[in-house]
Design a protein. Sequence first.
Length: 195
Amino acid sequence: MARDIGRVDVSEPASISTGIAQRYASAVFDLSKEGKGLKALESDIAALEVAMDDSADFRTLLTSPLYSRDEQSGAVAAIAKKMKLSPTTTNVLGLLATKRRLFVLPQLVSTLRERLAEERGEVTAEVTSAKALTKAQTDKLAKTLKAQVGKAVTIKETVDESIIGGLIVKVGSKMIDTSIKSKLNALQNKMKEVG
């Protein structure tokens, strides 16, 4: 007789992380706004994004269960001091380390970036291209997207050579994929249907 082990919902851990991140982001944003520290928060977020992108050791510190609370707290305090982060951001990082929730930092940073853009009346467009866009291309794309969304658009660019050419643009929940890779995949699927 086979045992029923049930279904595993793989989206649950991601939604839990997002929920935790949103609660912390809301608190950090409100505290920073009350203390007139939104500019400092913005520079903290930029610094943390760079650290997460550039340092494998920092990413490991955030996600590895091998570090104790004390080790994570000490490391985060030292990093915050070296990066000259604001007291609010430093305290939140310390709290995340104490609660063993540093793993939500990428979602926290992303949520805070969205809240700050919203506060400025902007929206962020995540743009993936096969090679880096020029300043003129970025400006033209921002202008075109502004006409579409009706708000100022900040472009967060990623280079991914595997898309071959074209762009993948995400604004909020909308995605426009004009990459050559997706067109080739669509063509391949149509050919399978015909044959």
